[in-house]
Each structure stands twice: as structure tokens, then as C-alpha cells.
Design a protein around this ligand. Structure first.
Ligand code: NAD
Length: 281
């Protein structure tokens, strides 16, 4: 039976330390969040970030912009925040409306304020095995969970399911930098089970409930479930058939309470880390 990896516990410990460090600062770290349009899920995420920042003594500025904001207007807003020395971290809430070129927008953020690690400068640093200013939030949270539970990465076969810029690709690069042998699977991968069965560590970041079943893993595998889906009853669940997989795995992250709390925790830590870099702290 697998040991549960408790993201709530680990994130609580990290945030307690962070809050202690921030308490003694005269000038507080500042996170600016730009939200374009009124997507209800995005509004919820932004409010959660604002609330968490407030609890920790991090200043947060929310910059709401209407859904018909032009790309140039958004560039101008980013430029203004880039030039504002009181702002340490900039986050553009995704997804953006369709008429806006997301990649171009993310490239406008000054890499030293790129709290999500989406700028090609920071992404490229990870890809070349060099430190970015800060690591992307969800992948950073995943690596911290593995470290906390003393799960060795070096020499292990890590299979990442999903190749998004936000989770799959960066976490694969980060596992490679930790000397894992990494395989990336995606929607066009053939015979997924043949690959996952050879994995020591599986990271599933797809968004499809019951994608990973017990007969797709080997005995004792470590299973990290990034997926966020809803059951028919409306309950939050991951990509993994949790009940059956936990009988066979050695470690497993539950949903909720696994990777989720680590993501917002990394965002707060990243804001503070950028503050420290900018203030040569
Ligand atoms: P995405 O939607 O951008 O991409 C999904 C990926 O899954 C794609 O790369 C695709 O190729 C792959 N995929 C689709 N069907 C597949 C299949 N049958 N077999 C193998 N691969 C397949 O993904 P994302 O933004 O990385 O999000 C993935 C999931 O993780 C979502 O449920 C999202 O809500 C969740 N998520 C959770 C957190 C968190 O903090 N817990 C953070 C980010 C994303």
C-alpha cells in the first residue's frame, strides 16, 4: 500500500518559514497579477493567490483588464509593471482571450520578474541545465515533494505524461537535470501502458480521470498526479485511478491535497525569491 505524499503538510511547513522571513522585512515583496476578461475559473484562481499573499504579508496588486483589451494595451501594462521598482513579480493569468498572442505577451515580462518561469530566457536556462531566476511553480512543487519524502531521482526512469509548457515539458527538463532518465508521453504516444509499466516515477499531467490504471504501473512505482478533473458527483479528482493504483505504488499524491497546494506555495516562494534577487538580499 502506497504512502500518501501530503502536499498540504509540506506546503504548510514551507509557507510557515516564508511567513517568518517576510515578517521582519521593512519593505514587503510585491506580486502583480494581470487578469484579462472575466473567465470565472481565472477569477477564482486570482482571488486564491491574493488571499494567500495577504496571509503571508506579501503585497499583491491585481490589474483587471477588459476582455477586449488589445495586445498593445497589454504590452503597455506589462511594461509599466516591468519599470515599477516596487513590483517584484509579474503574473499574467492564463488563458488570455483568443485575439491575444500569449507567447508574445509572456516574452514581454522582464525575466527577473517572471514569477511563473514562462519567459524563453528562463525556460532556456532550465533546458540548458542552468538555473533560471525561479523555477515554474507546479514542477518546482513536484520536485520539492519528491525531495521531502527522500525519493531518489538520480538514475530512475521518470515517465512524464503530458507536454504542456506549464507542467509536462519543464518538469521533464527538471527531472533530467536531476539525472533521471526521462520519457515524455503525450496524446500521440502509442502504447502508453508499455512505457508507464517501465517507470520508477510517473508524473501524470493530462486532465483525464482514470487515465492511469493499476495495470499500467509496476509494483513500487512513485505516482505523482497533477491532473485536476471532476467526478460525476462533482468532486475533484486527478488522472489516476487512485484506489487501485495506491495498492501497487510505493508513494502516491492524492487529489486534492497533493500537488495542488504546492503550486500556490511555489508562487509565494518565487515572489519572495525574486524580491531577494532584486534587492541583492
Ligand atoms: P494541457 O491541457 O495543456 O495538456 C495536456 C497534455 O496531455 C497534452 O500535452 C497532451 O498531449 C496530453 N494528453 C492528452 N491526452 C493524452 C492521452 N490520452 N495520453 C497521453 N497524453 C495525453 O495540460 P496542463 O495545462 O499541463 O494540465 C494538465 C492537467 O493538470 C489538467 O488537469 C490541469 O488542470 C492540471 N494542472 C494542475 C495543476 C496543479 O497545481 N495541481 C497545475 C497545472 C495544471
Amino acid at each position: 500500500m502506497a504512502q500518501h505524499i501530503d502536499g498540504k503538510l509540506v506546503s504548510k511547513k514551507i509557507l510557515e518559514n516564508l511567513s517568518d522571513e517576510i515578517l521582519f522585512l521593512d519593505k514587503k515583496p510585491c506580486l502583480a497579477v494581470i487578469i484579462v476578461g472575466e473567465d470565472p475559473a481565472s477569477q477564482i484562481y486570482v482571488n486564491l493567490k491574493k488571499k494567500k499573499a495577504f496571509e503571508l504579508g506579501i503585497k499583491s496588486i491585481v490589474e483587471p483588464m477588459p476582455a477586449d483589451t488589445s495586445q498593445q494595451e497589454l504590452f503597455n501594462k506589462i511594461e509599466q509593471l516591468n519599470n515599477d521598482s516596487s513590483v517584484n513579480a509579474i503574473l499574467v493569468q492564463l488563458p488570455l482571450p483568443e485575439h491575444i498572442d500569449t507567447k508574445a505577451v509572456l516574452e514581454k515580462i522582464n525575466p527577473i520578474k517572471d514569477v511563473d518561469c514562462f519567459h524563453p530566457y528562463n525556460v532556456g536556462r532550465i533546458a540548458t541545465g542552468t538555473k533560471p531566476y525561479v523555477y515554474p511553480c507546479t514542477p518546482k512543487g513536484i520536485i520539492r515533494l519528491l525531495e521531502y519524502y527522500n525519493i531518489n531521482i538520480e538514475g530512475k526512469h521518470a515517465v512524464v505524461i503530458g507536454r504542456s509548457n506549464i507542467v509536462g515539458r519543464p518538469v521533464a527538463q527538471m527531472l533530467l537535470n536531476e539525472n533521471a532518465t526521462v520519457t515524455i508521453c503525450h496524446s500521440k504516444t502509442k502504447n502508453l501502458a508499455d512505457i508507464t509499466k517501465t517507470a520508477d516515477i510517473i508524473i501524470s499531467a493530462v486532465g483525464q480521470k482514470n487515465l492511469l490504471k493499476a495495470d499500467m504501473i509496476k509494483e513500487g512505482a512513485v505516482v505523482v498526479d497533477v491532473g485536476m478533473n471532476r467526478t460525476e458527483e462533482g468532486k475533484l479528482c486527478g488522472d489516476v485511478d487512485f484506489y487501485n493504483v495506491e495498492q501497487k505504488a510505493s508513494f502516491i499524491t492524492p487529489v486534492p491535497g497533493g500537488v495542488g497546494p504546492m503550486t500556490i506555495c511555489s508562487l509565494m516562494q518565487n515572489t519572495f525569491d525574486l524580491y531577494k534577487i532584486q534587492n541583492k538580499y
